[in-house]
Design a protein around this ligand. Structure first.
Ligand code: SAM
Length: 188
């Protein structure tokens, strides 16, 4: 089964959780990661990898001593990623994004340099959305960044409430076209 068909199958089973009918394009992946300083970053977090479009690109560019903590709640996506990606730098976690801090701490880390999220925030109940964003903000270093893509500007307000600075870019080269929010924990 192709990645697109398999992604669509997961979407039909869990529409709100998956939030999209096909995986993101490589153009969106490139745009999401263009401001990540891979030379410097040692702890990265990815939320909602799905079939791993961003995960693979992150691992390709990541420092050999860096760690990537990836949170995937969907059973099938999690199992497939576990089978498909073998990399000692990857910590694949079958749990909800709300629990970032616990997993970082258990592995001996306090802060992350980046949180890269594909979570369909607009589908989430307010409490869950706020809890995930609070945890993401808390786990970041002061100079850290939260990067999120979305198909609309609906989440702008809630992200502004949590982060000090935000830059929004756009790519039409995805289906659907997507906005990329790059949010800084503190003002530069
Ligand atoms: C829009 S898809 C993005 C998939 C992939 N990153 C891409 O861009 O093609 C959202 C992903 O978030 C996952 N997800 C949803 N809620 C989650 C949660 N609370 N914690 C971790 N992952 C979650 C879904 O299972 C799905 O893989």
């Amino acid at each position: 089964m192709s990645k697109k068909t398999y992604f669509l199958k997961q979407f039909w089973q869990e529409k709100k959780m998956v939030g999209s009918m096909i995986p993101s394009s490589r153009y969106l992946a490139k745009k999401m990661l263009q401001n990540v300083n891979f030379k410097k970053a040692r702890v990265l977090v990815e939320l909602g990898p799905g079939t791993g479009v961003f995960t693979r690109k992150i691992l390709e560019q990541m420092h050999s001593e860096a760690k990537l903590f990836v949170f995937e709640l969907n059973d099938q996506f999690y199992q497939n990623l576990q089978e498909e990606i073998q990399d000692d730098r990857l910590v694949l976690i079958h749990d909800s994004a709300e629990h970032i801090q616990k997993y970082l701490n258990d592995a001996g880390f306090i802060h992350a340099d980046y949180v890269i999220s594909s979570l369909p925030l607009t589908n989430f109940p307010k409490k869950l959305k706020e809890s995930i964003l609070k945890t993401a903000h808390h786990c970041l270093k002061n100079e850290g960044c939260y990067i999120q893509f979305a198909y609309s500007l609906i989440s702008k307000k809630v992200l502004e409430t949590q982060f000090d600075e935000m830059d929004i870019s756009f790519t039409p080269l995805n289906f659907p076209p997507a906005f990329i929010y790059t949010c800084s924990k503190t003002k530069n």
